[in-house]
Design a protein around this ligand. Structure first.
Ligand SMILES: O=C(O)CCC(=O)C(=O)O
Length: 292
């Protein structure tokens, strides 16, 4: 349960980190499950068996991959349990101020030690054009301590109140290395915004902690030039108000068989409901006894 100070801090900054949310055992189980999927590799899944929706490098740079796995929860029970985690779901419900939540999708981002690439500055909501209104809050969970050295996320406080600035952020694509990641240039925050300075901040997150961010918060992560991997998952949720926008495109669109503007709550098994009337539904019985 978050307190009012934490909720107010999230409203002001557009991000919040909570300590000791996952136990060491939970992190270890998830870490093992992720390692199994990484060892299987993008081409190792057998057709017809449980598997993620996609597994590819995001970076467009063969020498500096960022491995993205979408919907690992559909492949591994440990991650399916995670999407229902009551403390995470309750935190999202409080920060989004919403009673009902469904999973939109999850995504692993794995930056290998020494040569892992960068994730460019972006906002999430503009990249999700098939749901309206936008999904307000995501949870980000590391399986290695995420530090400046191995490519933790950076965020700009207050930027979630500056509107859709994805086109501006796309012009900052040359910011990849730790030394230049903070050098965002050429944007004037709106005159009536609460925060009007662009201050990019590294946001280290340790194992066991969960970082929440708003879907309009400017964020990204530089190269991993350290000796350690940086493995993490973002879980993106939808609110009960979300509707399908058939005009947009997204990798999850293939699983939505609905008319334009229909409630995403009716989209089916790929988008499970995890919270109703502000109450997390909890881990389903069938998953409780499972391990990786
Ligand atoms: O893991 C990262 O470095 C980036 C994740 C991200 O962009 C997100 O969670 O929205």
């Amino acid at each position: 349960m978050l307190d009012q100070q934490q909720i107010d801090g999230f409203d002001r900054d557009g991000f919040l980190t909570i300590s000791n949310l996952l136990s060491a055992d939970e992190v270890a189980e998830l870490s093992d499950a992720l390692d199994k999927v990484l060892a299987t590799g993008p081409d190792g899944f057998v057709e017809g068996e449980p598997q993620p929706v996609s597994f590819r490098s995001l970076s467009g740079d063969e020498k500096h991959p960022v491995w993205q796995i979408v919907n690992i929860w559909e492949a591994m029970p440990a991650f399916e349990k995670l999407i229902y985690h009551p403390a995470i779901v309750e935190g999202i419900s409080q920060l989004a101020g919403q009673q009902d939540l469904m999973v939109w999708h999850d995504q692993i981002q794995y930056k290998p030690a020494q040569y892992g690439g960068s994730t460019h500055w972006h906002q999430d909501a503009p990249l999700w054009p098939i749901i309206k209104p936008m999904t307000p809050v995501s949870a980000w969970i590391p399986f290695d301590d995420a530090t400046e050295e191995n490519g933790c996320m950076w965020m700009v406080p207050g930027s979630h109140k500056w509107g859709n600035q994805i086109e501006f952020l796309r012009t900052q694509g040359d910011l990849s290395l730790l030394d230049n990641f903070k050098d965002l240039q050429g944007f004037e925050p709106p005159a009536d915004a609460e925060i009007r300075t662009i201050e990019a901040q590294p946001r280290p997150v340790l194992c066991g902690e969960v970082s929440f961010h708003h879907s309009l918060t400017w964020h990204g992560s530089p190269f991993n030039q350290s000796q350690w991997p940086r493995r993490a998952i973002a879980i993106h949720y939808m609110t009960g108000e979300a509707r399908f926008d058939a005009g947009g495109n997204h990798i999850m669109k293939q699983f939505v068989d609905l008319p334009d503007n229909a409630p995403m709550a009716e989209a089916g098994a790929h988008f499970p409901t995890v919270c109703r009337d502000r109450k997390p539904l909890g881990v389903p019985e069938r998953l409780r006894a499972t391990s990786t």
